[in-house]
Design a protein around this ligand. Structure first.
Ligand SMILES: *[C@@H]1O[C@H](CO)[C@@H](O)[C@H](O)[C@H]1NC(C)=O
Length: 462
């Protein structure tokens, strides 16, 4: 039986999905172009374009005007369904190809030895999964290749294989959700996978019985098989023309994406057109072998190099910091600052290997912006953290960034029995101790206003 029914609209008994999807999609396009915050210049994770693309297709999924759960004259367009299938195909194949092109560990199957520990924001399950025997990690890597390089082609092998593809992708994404905090990326990737299921596969979700939705769908399908369909109305012709135009647009915008997929110098998470309707995706093209963290520390001591200066650590909401803190559970949410800190830490680590520190913060100027705000005990900046050791006290005189290598403690080992989830070793300074006055010129050159410390707190200290 052909896919006739508006499968996703069924789940929304009232206002058509199209209206509700059109608004946020248009809003996100607008906002993605006009953000001016210093952090936002490169804080564009791939899931943002993926959200745009998924939302854009959703605009056309359901009829615009009818509230009916089974709009007889406006069946779901095959073009839109294939748009979703094409999306999930590109997401998965792109992710698979970038891996085998990007990193040797995907060839020798050792990537999963590192992934759980070095992923952006590990969760508690990652701690335990990391401790699995080596052959489990080999199997995981191999399964990943199968799911990303072989399974996507199932989409084109008929309805049964397409449904199998959908089921395998849902399972895969569920495992990824359980094993890490990758924001809403995995939840979002589930959405286009649903386009692989047809009426027969999804039928179990709906009650059967005479006069029910299922019976009416069956009747419609029989009518269409026997050619008992009245000629289409004029508005339906307009709708078909719109869908055809959509199909042509998607095909045209897909050309550079396909060229990129086939290219040996494939790039990931890129848009080739300002509308960002058809993009290229990919994740974990290369795997960092070691986890490094930047730890921000402040001191009230007037002399930062005095040996008795007591440095206290700021704690982020979710990223590893304190060794006794359990990894957090956060998906489908994410804390942007924690992700930025992850990027900052391993970019620093790369330059640590080639050139001596402390030049490492220079690719991440925003981190000094944050330091400046913390030196003023800025309430907004502090609200992005889990613990500000100077809360309710005068702000620190000095702030520094220290660079550490982090590892999970060994399960049932000495550190684990002390209650430590992490062990760490200092690499060196990430940025040297800075005071608010030292940052004056740095801030002025970049056009940032110098944060003003709460004068009451200063006076209290003097
Ligand atoms: C700060 O402490 C260091 C180390 O004890 C010392 O060499 C330096 O003179 C001190 N600076 C000031 C301004 O007291």
């Amino acid at each position: 039986m052909p896919t006739w029914t508006p499968w996703l609209c069924w789940a929304w008994p009232s206002p058509p999905l199209s209206c509700s999807a059109a608004v946020p999609t248009c809003c996100s396009w607008r906002s993605s172009g006009c953000s001016t915050h210093p952090w936002s210049t490169w804080d564009r994770p791939g899931w943002e374009s993926q959200l745009l693309e998924t939302g854009f297709l959703a605009i056309f999924l359901c009829p615009l005007w009818t509230l009916s759960r089974l709009p007889r004259w406006t069946p779901t367009s095959r073009i839109v369904l294939w748009g979703f299938r094409w999306l999930i195909f590109r997401i998965m194949l792109g992710a698979g190809l970038i891996k085998i092109r990007g990193d040797r560990c995907w060839w020798d199957l050792t990537c999963m030895d590192y992934h759980y520990e070095t992923q952006p924001v590990p969760n508690p399950a990652a701690y335990f999964l990391h401790q699995s025997p080596w052959w489990v990690h080999r199997f995981e890597t191999l399964s990943n290749h199968f799911l990303e390089l072989v399974v996507p082609f199932f989409i084109f092998l008929g309805r049964r294989m397409c449904a199998l593809h959908g089921a395998l992708q849902l399972l895969f994404q569920a495992i990824l959700i359980l094993s890490g905090n990758l924001s809403f990326l995995n939840w979002l990737t589930m959405v286009p996978s649903f386009a692989c299921f047809d009426d027969a596969t999804l039928g179990f979700l709906f009650p059967s019985g005479p006069g029910g939705l299922k019976a009416r769908v069956l009747q419609l399908q029989e009518d269409s098989v026997h050619g008992a369909q009245p000629p289409p109305k004029r508005s339906c012709v307009v709708r078909r023309v719109v869908h055809l135009a959509l199909g042509l647009l998607l095909a045209w915008l897909s050309v550079p994406v396909v060229v990129n997929l086939l290219s040996p110098s494939q790039v990931m998470n890129t848009s080739f057109h300002p509308l960002r309707i058809v993009n290229t995706y990919g994740a974990f093209g290369s795997i960092t072998r070691e986890r490094t963290e930047v730890v921000l520390q402040g001191t009230a001591s007037p002399n930062a190099s005095a040996p008795d200066a007591e440095w206290q650590e700021y704690e982020f909401k979710c990223k590893p910091g304190g060794l006794w803190r359990r990894p957090c559970l956060l998906s489908p949410y994410h804390h942007r600052l924690d992700w930025l800190m992850w990027f900052a830490a391993f970019q620093g680590a790369c330059s640590c290997l080639s050139t001596p520190s402390p030049q490492t913060y220079e690719q991440n100027e925003w981190i000094l912006h944050l330091a400046g705000k913390l030196l003023a005990n800025d309430a907004e900046a502090a609200s992005l953290l889990a613990l500000n050791p100077f809360a309710g006290r005068p702000p620190p005189r000095w702030l520094r960034g220290e660079h550490f290598r982090y590892k999970f403690s060994r399960l049932a080992g000495r550190h684990a029995s002390d209650g430590k989830w992490w062990i760490r070793k200092r690499i060196g300074p990430y940025f040297p101790p800075v005071g608010l006055q030292d940052l004056r010129d740095y801030f002025r050159e970049r056009g940032w206003p110098l944060p003003q410390p709460d004068s009451g707190a200063w006076a209290a200290e003097k």
